[in-house]
Design a protein around this ligand. Sequence first.
Ligand SMILES: *Cc1c(COP(=O)(O)O)cnc(C)c1O
Length: 391
Amino acid sequence: MSTASERFPTRRPTFAEIDLEAFDRNLDAIAASLPRGSRTIAVLKADAYGHGAVELARRCAGKADTIAVALLEEAIELRDAAIELPILILGPLSAAQFDLVFEKGFTAGIVGPEEMEAFASRARATGWKGEIHLKLDSGMGRMGFLESDLEALARSLRELDGVTVAGIYTHFANAPDAEDPFTIEQMERFDAMTARLRALGIEAPLHHLANSAAIARGLVRAGEWVRAGIILYGAEPLERDAKRLEPLMRWTTRVARLKEVAPGSSVGYGRSWIAARPSRIATLPVGYADGYGRALSNQAEVLIGGRRAPVVGRVSMDLITVDVTDLPGVAAGDEVTLMGRDGDDEISAEELAAKLGTISYEILCDVGARVPRIYRDGRRLWIHGPGARGG
Ligand SMILES: *Cc1c(COP(=O)(O)O)cnc(C)c1O
């Protein structure tokens, strides 16, 4: 099996390798965990949480029924790449954006009264007919129609010819915490709100509530669709425990050079690390401009040959330094795992997130645009981009 740096020898050997077969298995595992009649909406916003939305969207055909993104721009990127699955835009959207939404055939998730007004004015002006989803605020408190908005909502919908509500949804505020009854309360509030809408003549064939944490907790009722995000990428949706699927991303680099330093010598900006003993320092071509956070300075570890080495000194823009004194045999050109599995050990997105006081989502999204995403499908490796399929 060739490696990314063998395959792309003229590039800096820092790559995020994405395992597409693992993505297939994750999609299958989610589908298998759902009750009867439930289907997956694959949430590929933010460039599929840093994994590359186009390549992952291509794998969704036949495994997911809809793709969800946050932005109109994200939807356009997928459509321009010939992705044919329905694309739901989670929003918000402005009046100026709706003509494009109509023209490209996207599904807008209408997130509240202001957006409804913008949508209705453009739909009337253009004579557009089609399907929308409605988002209800059952307790997240950011977006969605409130109970008090429903009557006016039903009135505006009645005035729109040819507009069908295909889906009604809501988003959970604290689904990872199984001890917090709030998620169940949100489900009850959603049920009450959809009942109220039904009484007002608004019904949708499709309801979707669950995010990854709710899927992992089994809070999906028969027939409901789910919006699966982080669970698709194999990171942990739950705080404790971990029904984690397979991580897709391995972020690797290679040792650029090795240097012996004497006790008392410092390494890097600000002289934040001083050798306490004769030390061997490996310099690696990755830095905070690649999303390897500066706050990982003197905090994180990397894997070389399946063994751990600490990051010492400051993370610079383009370089980091690790102490390999205790790993005899490390040589220039050796592969280094920044995130992902190597042998029996793994640096997880959760491990890096804990060091930075954040969540795995942010770690994955932060892997920089300068780091090429390399896609692996069995023995085949490629970089996403125009004409890059084969090379
Ligand atoms: C991002 C997002 C999701 C996916 O959340 P995960 O926790 O990653 O599963 C689902 N629904 C909405 C509305 C979102 O914005």
